[in-house]
Structures are given as C-alpha cells and as structure tokens.
Design a binder for this molecule. Structure first.
Ligand code: BV8
Length: 230
C-alpha cells in the first residue's frame, strides 16, 4: 500500500540557506516583536513599518546568495520517488525555496512573500520589488491597497481544509525546522497521531511539541533530512 506522507516545515529548514529564523533574533525585527508587526492591526496602524518588514525580507530572498539547501532538495527527491502524489509539503515559510528545489505538491499555509494581494478583490500578483503605502494597486488602482500575500497573526491560515484532509489519511508525519510555537501548525502532529500516523521531528533542538512525536532526531536539517530521505 503506497504510503501517504505529510511534511510540515518551518523557518529552520531555510536557516542554512541564509534566511534568519524567527527565534534566531529572539522573535525580534528592528526591536519590534514579530507578533506585533505581522498583524492586520499593525498594517492598518503603520503600513510603512509593516511593508518595510516584508520589503527587507523579500529583497534578501531575491539575492543570488539565497539558494535552496540540501534539505529542500531531499524533500523534492522524496516527492519524485512517490509519483502518485502521496508526499505533501505544508510549509509555514513564505520563501520560495521549496519550489526552487523542485517540490510541487506544496502548500504555503502562511502565504508567500513574492506575491501581493489586492485588499478589495483578493486578487494576487507576483511581487519582486518593494511595496509602499503610496503605490497604486496594479489590480484596483487604489493607493496602499496591495498587501503582502502573507497570513498574519489573527488571520486564518490558507488551505486548512486540504491540510486536515491530508493529515486524516497520512501514514507518516514529518516535522522539520519548526519550534512548534505557532498554531494551528503546531497542533498538526496531534491530528496525524489521532489518525494513526507515525510522527517524527527533525529539528536543531527539541521543539515545544517534542513529546507529541513518536520519534525525533536533533541536528542540522541539511544533514538530518537527506539522511532520513535516503
Ligand atoms: C489563527 C507569516 C485563528 C508571517 C506567520 C495562544 C495560544 C495558542 C495560540 C494562540 C495564542 N494566541 C494567539 C494564538 C494564535 C496564533 C499563535 O499561534 N500565536 C503564537 C505566537 C502563540 N496563531 C495565529 O494567529 C494563526 N491564525 O490562529 O487564526 C482564526 C480562526 C478563524 C478565523 C480567523 C482566524 C496564524 C499564525 C500565522 C502567523 N504568520 N508567518 C511572516 O512570516 O512574517 S507565523 C511565523 O512564525 C512563521 O510562519 C512560523 O509559523 C512562525 C515561526 O515558527 P517557526 O517556523 O517554527 O520558526 P522559529 O524561528 O520559531 O523556529 C525555527 C526552528 O528551527 C527552531 O526550533 C530551531 O531550533 C530550528 N532550526 C534552526 N536552524 C535549524 C533548525 N532546525 C534544523 N536545522 C537548522 N539549521
């Protein structure tokens, strides 16, 4: 029987590609708590601050130094080894490193930094430059309308129905590079366990959800993931 595998990834899988994790800077950005900047309220109150939070991260992601690493590549190989689409990557990350490594069966549950969203139509556009409150939205023309297509704290993550359906039928749940702080992603392991899946955590250090996993391996993603996939 072909195995169904769901893989949850977090900031830790992109750390060795040079993208800072949330915890690495103690959850701070320019002395702001991320939870205070990545919210609809912050965007309403101070759109310039929030746009710059994402402009900085988008600009870094678009530099040539930032490339997928061996962990991203190993997951793309795993998906290719299961041609009938039974490997799903659910990432909390808003970078495009999984796609660039070749993953196709992929859900960005917290959105994508390289897309902008028109607040009046919900339409999406590819973004490879800074956004600002003075900029007219390319879809509706209204100034300051285009927001990063990113799920903020207090907003509903994307494709949750599809994710829970995948967790309900998965035989193996693998969590990679996440601290298990943020819900509902941090609760997926329980969902998978409830449906009889075998769960494993691959992370630099024990996460907040360590005890919920049947197995764990601690170390660098670029070492753990290729070893686990081979
Ligand atoms: C929602 C996009 C409801 C933005 C992000 C109290 C209790 C429980 C929950 C809550 C609560 N109060 C509020 C909530 C809900 C809240 C939440 O969970 N808050 C937390 C802070 C307690 N959640 C939400 O608001 C979510 N929405 O609940 O909606 C709802 C219901 C109905 C209708 C409407 C709404 C939305 C959450 C999404 C927020 N957006 N990202 C952006 O990126 O700017 S979250 C963001 O932070 C990331 O996406 C990620 O999810 C999270 C950071 O987590 P990690 O990815 O785990 O990163 P972190 O740095 O923490 O950890 C990295 C790990 O990697 C570490 O463990 C480290 O050891 C490891 N590592 C490092 N290097 C390596 C490595 N591992 C291997 N190799 C290495 N080299």
């Amino acid at each position: 029987m072909a195995e169904n595998i769901v893989i949850l990834t977090g900031a830790g899988i992109s750390a060795e590609s040079g993208i800072k994790t949330f915890r690495a800077s103690d959850g701070l950005w320019e002395n702001h708590r991320v939870e205070d900047v990545a919210t609809p309220e912050a965007f309403f109150r101070n759109p310039l601050l929030v746009q710059n939070f994402y402009n900085q991260r988008r600009a870094q992601l678009l530099t040539p130094e930032i490339q997928p690493n061996a962990a991203h590549q190993a997951l793309a190989r795993l998906e290719a080894a299961y041609p009938n689409g039974s490997v799903l990557v659910v990432t909390q990350n808003i970078d495009d490193l999984h796609e660039r490594a070749g993953s196709q069966n992929l859900i960005h549950m917290h959105g994508e930094i390289l897309k902008g969203r028109c607040q009046s139509s919900g339409g999406l556009v590819a973004i490879d430059h800074d956004l600002s409150p003075a900029m007219p939205c390319p879809l509706c023309g209204k100034k300051g309308c285009l927001r990063p297509h990113v799920v903020w704290f207090g907003e509903m993550p994307l494709q949750m129905e599809t994710i829970y359906q995948a967790l309900a039928r998965c035989d193996r749940f693998i969590s990679i590079g996440t601290s298990g702080n943020v819900y509902p992603a941090a609760g997926f392991v329980e969902e998978a366990n409830r449906h009889g899946a075998h769960s494993i955590e691959l992370n630099l250090e024990p996460s907040q959800r360590l005890t919920a996993f049947a197995k764990h391996r601690h170390g660098l993603a670029t070492e753990l993931v290729p070893a686990y996939v081979e």
